[in-house]
Design a binder for this molecule. Structure first.
Ligand code: HEC
Length: 466
């Protein structure tokens, strides 16, 4: 009796001690700087500049700027609220499950500091010594090497329905070279719903004028090859040029992943075009136009090509069962695939639409070990990142990759496009793919495994200039 009393007491003391332990894993060293005053100038500006300003500045997605003391003071209560609830900065992946490059997550100490600062009436400190970071306006990264714009304005009718276009964005460069990545910059940021585009490389002698032909075409019936001719996409002799699929991609909240020098990247010929096979604009209330741009960032010749594939909708393994989500149900689907050879997984990108509720993916090795890939506890359609692992994850041959998606087609889902809910089905036709139809995709990029890949540091990225 006495013994168990003492062990309970000791347990309780241990509990107390552990909760006071200042080096608990959630607290980062850099936050423990008691010498700095809790003012905008000394502490808060640093947190906001690093974690908020990249999006909360002119030309980017954030609905207001967070670049000055006045910006922060004006929005102080909102800032306190969205950081307390972890709504901002947006980062749906659970970082207690797996870690990624550039996690947009504030530490508990930073969140507490913001709260106290706001409650103390936002003391400014000496703001004269604070300089807001300088960003390049049309890019998340810095000044691109080349910016190519849509050749002519795309007309979007204000008729309240979705619009789908095929769009050609041709260019001519001084010489053949290599690109590290392409960044799609929407002009109609509120309407751009998603983009999926390919890169076309023309051999110099096979194409006289890349700018000839129609710039865009409305959604066309499947298999109508004629449209490629009308858009001037083919070589002059009618043969097909070299096409690298899925090189340009955009969804709200998406940023192209950037990898270390020698992996990924593309060869680009001096004559070329981006072919946006699927430019989807959401419904608009009034007639408007769009002239979006693509930023090209040059890079060295890649020695390790990155490959990309997907499970689920349009993927190498089907959705199980078929993605039918009856009205008023919450349903779980999965897809699984056995790896034929050793892979080094670089990044993962779960994809669902508005009925998505949660997502989970992992691999199970033949030895029975679990390799954690991603867990999203609360799906948010607005934030569909490519999550890059800090070191490539080796998935040995014969492992099974499992992906699970939970969908909520009830009234309880605030993003449900229909009230009352309607039956929802998977779309097998690329062209009619809208937000109100569902998809289940687990997209991932990988290298064919080479010994030592585990040591590669994917957070080491090139520097960009403003
Ligand atoms: C990756 C881009 C991004 C980052 C980083 C980001 N935001 Fe946002 N923020 C947005 C977008 C886009 C919206 C509007 C859509 C939404 O509410 O989800 C938004 C909305 C908000 C809102 C809500 C506005 C309203 O009235 O509903 C607040 C407040 C906010 N952000 C503050 C912050 C703070 C504070 C940080 C940093 C700690 C931050 N954001 C980081 C993109 C970002």
């Amino acid at each position: 009796m006495k013994n168990s009393f003492y062990s309970a007491l000791i347990f309780f003391i241990c509990l107390l001690l552990s909760s006071c332990n200042p080096s608990s894993p959630a607290t980062k060293k850099e936050d423990l700087t008691p010498t700095k005053a809790l003012t905008y100038a000394d502490t808060i500006s640093g947190i906001l500049f690093k974690n908020c300003s990249p999006c909360h500045r002119p030309g980017q997605a954030g609905p207001f700027n967070l670049l000055t003391y006045a910006d922060a003071k004006k929005n102080a209560n909102k800032i306190k609220f969205v950081t307390q609830t972890r709504y901002m900065p947006p980062f749906p992946a659970d970082v207690s499950y797996a870690h990624y490059v550039d996690e947009k997550v504030l530490s508990p100490t930073q969140i507490e500091m913001i709260k106290t600062w706001v409650e103390k009436g936002c003391p400014p400190g000496d703001t004269s010594k604070i300089k807001a970071p300088v960003f390049y306006e049309g890019s998340l990264f810095g000044k691109p090497d080349v910016v190519v714009k849509m050749q002519e304005a795309i007309p979007i009718k204000g008729n309240g329905s979705d619009h789908f276009f095929m769009i050609k964005i041709p260019y001519q460069l001084p010489h053949d070279t290599f690109a590290r990545f392409f960044e799609f910059v929407p002009n109609q940021r509120k309407l751009a719903h998603h983009v999926n585009g390919h890169l076309i490389n023309y051999e110099d002698e096979k194409k006289a004028d890349v700018f000839k032909g129609k710039t865009y075409s409305l959604d066309i019936p499947k298999g109508d090859g004629n449209v490629y001719t009308q858009m001037g996409l083919l070589n002059d002799d009618g043969s097909y040029p070299i096409l690298t699929p899925n090189t340009v991609y955009y969804l709200p909240g998406y940023a192209p992943p950037v990898y270390p020098q020698h992996i990924g990247g593309y060869k680009i010929n001096k004559k070329g075009a981006f072919f946006l096979k699927n430019m989807h604009y959401g419904p608009s209330k009034s007639d408007c136009e769009d002239i979006s741009a693509i930023n090209i960032f040059y890079g060295p010749k890649p020695t390790r090509p990155i490959q990309e594939t997907q499970l689920g909708t349009f993927g190498i393994a089907p959705t199980e069962p078929k993605l039918d989500i009856p009205a008023n149900t919450v349903k779980t689907f999965r897809s699984h695939w056995v790896t034929p050879t050793d892979l080094s997984i670089i990044s993962v990108n779960p994809h669902m639409h508005l009925l998505g509720k949660s997502f989970w993916a992992y691999a199970l090795t033949p030895q029975g070990d679990t390799i954690r890939l991603i867990k999203i506890n609360k799906w948010d359609f607005k934030w569909q990142y490519y999550y890059t692992f800090i070191h490539p994850l080796k998935i040995p041959a014969g492992s099974t990759v499992y992906a699970y998606g939970v969908y909520d087609n009830t009234e309880k889902n605030p993003y449900n496009p229909y009230h009352p809910p309607r039956d929802c089905k998977e779309r097998d036709d690329f062209m009619s793919m809208g937000t109100t139809e569902e998809m289940f995709q687990f997209i991932f990029t990988y290298l064919l495994y080479q010994p030592g890949d585990e040591l590669m540091d994917l957070s080491k990225k090139p520097t960009f200039h403003n």
